[in-house]
Write a new protein. Sequence first.
Length: 446
Amino acid sequence: MMRIAGLAGIALLLATGAFAQQADQPLLSGEKAFGDWKADSPGVRRLIKPGDLQKPYATESASNGGGITDRPEGAKPKLPPGFSAELVASGIDNPRVVRVAPNGDLFVADSRANQVRVYRLAEGSARPAATSVFAKGLTRPYGIAFYPPGDKPQWVYVANSDSVVRFPYRDSDLEASGKPETIIARIPANHHWTRDIAFSGDGKTLYLSVGSGSNVAEDMGAQPKGGLDDWARAQPLGAAWGSEEGRADVLAFDPDGRNRRTIATGLRNCSGMTVQPATGALWCVVNERDELGDNIPFEYATAVKEGAFYGWPWYYIGDNEDPRHAGARPDLAGKVTVPDVLMQAHSAPLNIAFYEGANFPADYKGDAFVALHGSWNRDVRTGYKLVRLRFKDGKPTGEYEDFATGFVISDDAVWGRPVGVAVAKDGALILTEDGNGTIWRIAYRG
């Protein structure tokens, strides 16, 4: 018994030391924070500020997509000391957003298969006790939300690329009991098609993100019909027109799909949304534009301020004018809202979840996790990981750190592309990736 206790004490000492080593890693800032996949490791900390932006075209625009390979035998996400990852499922066609039902079931949008899948895990385990297809025949489903919020939802809302529908739902349903009811129709679906949805805490507002129809509004047209001045007076600040009308926006509706209004504009592709439990604020993670260089502009996560304009397509990260639209909108200078947390350019953030569970160490509570799908428009890969955004008293510090890495094998080979992240009912973290179609359960073992 003394030997076992001694070994346990040594293990605890080693784990404590590992945590201390992780916490002692220097905070990378400025150009040192840019890096690439080779420098990624759990615990690496970064702080990027608007003043760290490089000038456009400081590097050539690179194309570095593809490279997906089979997951090596035994490969798992690399995590901080004390955490472990277990495989829930693999071989799924295209697992993207994951949301957790009040009873603990995992609802996963299998976007390319046009269906929503359900996984019911055995208690405290990654082993599925039941699996099912909740709904099929959808159109590139992505966002999922339960309504009303709380313990007894009556509907499951699903955001297709071109509509929002809902299905009747009762606690523990593994299959939809009725046909979909269309709540919002005629959403433009080309180019950025990932439509996320979220309900406000009081259940009175349904938020919908609609990404842009292009990289930087190439086909929008120089002037809206009737002239720019009339358009600017009649529309929300920074609203786009032509082929981009109603896009690069966060919209709001009543739960029945009526009373459409615009919450914020200029968000090129808010591909993931959630409501912060501590404050009730809506948060977005945004894919910024391409083809300006390796390290520009920064991706970001931000609390979405009502009436705010975030820059696209004319500006980025404040009053930095996109050279491809130079001089087009001087009236918007000084009116661009700077996002809260800046992340390395071309990381491709796709989803966000705040941690309020009881499984992780106490200092994780209130922080957020963001899944970075990974770059294509960069000479050396970046992203392809799950990061932790640090908060203090409900407010972001601007710092983020690597949490789950190891998805990149080499400059030319990647086995995992993180997409969805959610907190399970037992406090574990659920992560999806669509490179090899896997779902992971991440838990703290101590």
